[in-house]
Write a new protein. Sequence first.
Length: 309
Amino acid sequence: MSALTPRALPQSIDETLDLMADADYVADRALATVLFLALKMKRPLFLEGEAGVGKTEIAKVLAASLGRRLIRLQCYEGLDVSSAVYEWNYAAQMIEIRMEEATGTADRDIMEHNVFSEKYLIRRPVMEALSGDIGAAPVFLIDELDRTDEAFEAFLLEILSDYQVSVPELGTVRADEPPIVIITTNRTREIHDALKRRCLYHWVDYPDAERELEIVHRKVPEANRRLSEEVVHYVQKLREIDLFKVPGVAESIDWANALTELDKIALDPETVSDTLGVLLKYQDDIARLREGEGAKILSEVKAELEAAS
């Protein structure tokens, strides 16, 4: 489906589930329900959860499935209006001023009108998100909002209230149709209740083994089935122990991909030890597993899968 051919919004929870499944996103019914309601009610969807559980992917899949543009605002500390909303192309404006002055006929009012026109306006993600056509509003992903400061959060609250932004030199830019807004946070800090009240909320948790296995099958179809089962059950057990950072679904997919590239059809202690850097991102966690706990978990996984077969 072309990104330039918008698709009608799903009309039921089941249609929403099918929409996500068609793009290989294995959603549970709770997520499909809140996503359907967000689309139906034209409300932002606030997604909270650990890193790597698939929050950002929801926005990407939604944009691709609905044939909408995906506009991403990646949040970070110090994010300001010029980076998020708009700024003027000062270099081009100065060239225009110099050219008009060189003619010797420069009129101050005309010059000001010329340099502060759309021609010199650089649209950043917020303004781009407000520029969608009726029936084709973009998906606006505000990613990792918890990385910004409270001042930007307050500014964003104003944007989400009226879906408009004021440019002093041009006037108010208002959305013809509100964008489909997806906000994600890894909960490194609490987001103010005033912003949360504008949104529908969903906690994106780690999937159970059955759903994670389906995700791995869809994302790494070339992986041996036995290998996929061992990868998923191994990762599930890692999430039960006290690690500095447990692996998310993204790491499960990466690990299955890496093992497939190594032509592995099952896990063994040496391979697990050698590839832990794909799965874990902190040396203390890797050292803990290499000291013996990793081999013990692998033994448990193989025994459980053997008993279940």
